[in-house]
Write a protein that binds this ligand. Structure first.
Ligand code: WQD
Length: 342
């Protein structure tokens, strides 16, 4: 029988796309741990339609350590690695409810890493975020940029998560081999149209809002500020197709397995290396999908950074990863999903 990969948050946006890549491109089986607090169970049925492979679903809050250990016990000898996505991820919500974010994101990380140590599962991937770079003043940003004061409790949980893991590798016996992958702005959906971004709460990103404005689900897209120091005055981000991000996890896992058994921790940026302004994204969306997006310039959104995009050289060097999808692909697949689901 094949080995298992544990995916936490497997019903979520990046988690579900990563399950698809693992099932379609490797021989691993998947154990997904998700309590559907911000995702839907039907995602697993759609993953089955897409891959014709069944996953093992464990409906569990990772903060419940005892249940976590009990539920994984039966499989523990056959687990090759853990990919830890499950976390709260809304920046504004984290500002409103900081303790909820610290408690959930840190406790669940501590429990899952304790599980890895307890059952001797050496290979571990942690979902990190470009938000760890805070209000960065120059891009492209490389992984060795010193991390500044975090600008939200959410970003802080990602910084703390990385730091805990970096410390643990020196202290843990058995050894742990860990990549923290820093995602830039994941958008788009699987080209099949079967999975995509569909949280129960906090669907507030630029691309989902563009789709909702195009569908007239909201009266207009609010563009938060056009007085930034960029070519058209709107902020610059590094939008990256979610399937490119998902595939990077397969490569990272394979790389961890080829590494010797001594402990290891490293961080890798996952971005395209290209920055686009908000207005460029809107225009590209309109052109590729042949639909108008009603929008209105409003004031700046608190906490927004002017411009950030990745230097992604390290991803190529370390795990052989290069993004394949263009901005057009991202916005076309996002529309295919969103017009049916939002
Ligand atoms: C992008 C741009 C907005 C909505 C967030 C997290 C970050 C990471 C990625 C997880 C900004 C503008 C947006 C709208 C707008 N997530 N915008 N109107 O804030 O760059 O990053 O997701 O790790 O940590 O902070 O993404 O999509 O919200 O915004 O004008 O209705 O679009 O001001 O310039 P953000 P976003």
């Amino acid at each position: 029988m094949n080995e298992y990969i544990i995916i936490t948050g497997g019903a979520g946006y990046i988690g579900s796309h990563t399950i698809a890549e693992i099932l379609l491109k490797t021989n691993y089986q998947v154990i997904s741990i998700d309590n559907f607090s911000n995702s839907y169970e039907f995602v697993y049925e759609n993953l089955f339609q897409l891959t014709h492979k069944k996953i093992i679903s464990i409906n569990l809050d990772l903060c419940n350590k005892q249940k976590l250990f009990e539920q994984i016990e039966p499989y523990h000898k056959k687990i090759a690695g853990i990919i830890h996505f499950a976390a709260f991820k809304s920046v504004p919500e984290s500002v409103e409810k900081p303790l909820m974010y610290y408690h959930n994101n840190i406790t669940s990380l501590l429990n899952i890493i304790e599980l890895a140590i307890h059952f001797n599962i050496p290979n571990f991937i942690f979902s990190s975020s470009c938000s760890v770079y805070g209000d960065i003043k120059s891009s492209p940003v490389t992984e060795n940029t010193p991390l500044p004061q975090p600008i939200s409790p959410y970003a802080h949980t990602k910084q703390i998560g990385e730091q805990i893991l970096d410390q643990l590798i020196h202290l843990s016996n058995p050894p742990l081999k860990i990549f923290a992958l820093r995602y830039f702005n994941p958008v788009g959906s699987h080209p099949s149209g079967l999975i995509g971004e569909l949280p129960k709460y906090n669907l507030t990103g630029l691309v989902p809002n563009i789709i909702r404005a195009a569908l007239h689900k909201i009266p207009v897209l609010q563009v938060f500020g056009n007085d930034y120091n960029t070519k058209d005055g709107t902020p610059i981000r590094d939008y990256i197709h979610v399937s490119d991000i998902a595939y990077a996890h397969v490569l990272a896992l394979q790389k961890l397995q080829t590494k010797s058994s001594s402990s290891f921790f490293d961080v890798i940026n996952l971005g395209t290396g290209k920055g686009f302004t908000v207005l460029e994204v809107i225009k590209t969306f309109e052109n590729i999908n042949q639909i108008k997006v009603p929008y209105q310039i409003v004031g700046r959104r608190h906490g927004d950074v002017e411009a950030i995009y990745a230097n992604n050289d390290k991803a190529l060097q370390e795990i052989g990863w290069k993004p394949e999808y263009s901005l057009e692909d991202m916005l076309k697949t996002a529309w295919k999903w969103g017009k049916e689901r939002y």
